[in-house]
Design a protein. Structure first.
Length: 333
């Protein structure tokens, strides 16, 4: 039986930063994640994607951010159970929980913090006949290594942040980048929209709006994609087709834990990001509340407030004395 103060479900950036904040209060943490490595989506889906809204970093690759977070929490010696999914929980001794994974691992915790990002996720796929047979043969739903696309012809489909960001990044790597979107307006950040527009004006990106991909060509590998515009259908000769329509989130077994859930997200009290089940908190993209923003930065804030509440629950008779790391440093806490 593993025993810990805080059991964190999800070893993505928010889960990792929770270890740091808990460590400042002398709380030990154990993290569990269904993925075989830490980092969540940052490691699994887009380790080479630049992130621009982390304080102190004008730009940092997603994989590098995971490395920095691991370095930051190393002094607190967190424990990990990776490659196992949180399956069930039971209450013991009034205030503690026993969590059991799908592989039978049992963890005894005073507090559970769900930091599972989007939960278990899968890409939203375009309704193109036969697309499955060319997946990983030219059809990719994630960009794990931009070097794969160097000097290649790329077709990206989508209108959100991922489609815009990768259009910008791959324009400097690929020999040709085409961005297809079914509307003329985009859902992504205005700055990214402006950059893509400027790249299109400069001839570095082929921007096709009011259009969508409707077919693919190729047997052993992708050879081309058929797109439909307002006026015509035409075939594009491309090496890679990257549909970026977001992820379809699923909570998995967590959905059966009697938590209040709205649209695949867990409802929380913004006082401390507690759920309706005492002792269980939800932080990061997996929670929902009025004004919620799905940003890593916001998840860091939620984790900070959550561990303050967790301390009071685990040690109700102790006075919480917060210390500034600028004065004490980490080792001095």
């Amino acid at each position: 039986m593993i025993k810990t103060d805080i059991l964190i479900i999800g070893a993505g950036p928010v889960g990792l930063f929770t270890v740091f904040e808990a460590g400042l209060l002398k709380l030990n943490c154990h993290l569990i994640d269904a993925l075989p490595q830490v980092g969540g989506q940052l490691s699994e889906i887009y380790p080479k994607k630049p992130i621009y809204d982390i304080p102190g970093y004008p730009s940092i690759l997603a994989g590098d951010l995971v490395d920095r977070l691991m370095e930051q929490i190393e002094p607190f010696k967190p424990k990990f159970t990776l490659g196992e999914r949180a399956e069930s929980i039971e209450k013991i001794d009034g205030d503690r929980f026993i969590l059991t994974t799908n592989k039978g691992t049992k963890i005894d915790a005073g507090v559970i913090a769900i930091a599972g990002g989007l939960g278990s996720f899968e890409p939203r796929k375009p309704p193109i006949p036969g697309i499955e047979k060319l997946e990983d043969k030219g059809v990719n739903y994630f960009v794990r290594d931009p070097e794969l696309y160097r000097n290649k012809k790329i077709l990206i489909a989508g209108g959100g942040d991922s489609a815009l960001d990768w259009t910008i990044e791959l324009a400097e790597i690929a020999s040709q980048v085409t961005l297809v979107h079914r509307r003329t307006s985009f859902r992504g950040a205005l700055d990214s929209v402006e950059k893509v527009t400027e790249l299109a004006k400069a001839g570095k990106v082929n921007l096709v709006t009011k259009a969508q991909a409707i077919g693919i060509h190729g047997e052993e590998k992708l050879e081309g994609v058929k797109i439909k515009t307002e006026n015509e259908e035409k075939d594009l000769d491309v090496d890679y087709f990257i549909p970026l329509f977001g992820l379809s989130p699923k909570l998995g077994p967590i959905a059966d834990w009697d938590l209040n859930i709205t649209k695949n997200a867990i409802e929380v009290d913004t006082l401390d990001y507690s759920t309706n089940v005492p002792g269980i908190y939800a932080i990061g993209d997996i929670n929902t509340y009025e004004g919620k923003l799905k940003l890593i930065l916001c998840g860091f804030h939620e984790a900070t407030l959550m561990v303050q509440s967790a301390f009071k629950r685990i040690y109700p008779d102790q006075k919480l004395s917060f210390k500034y790391t600028t004065v004490t440093g980490i080792e001095g806490l």
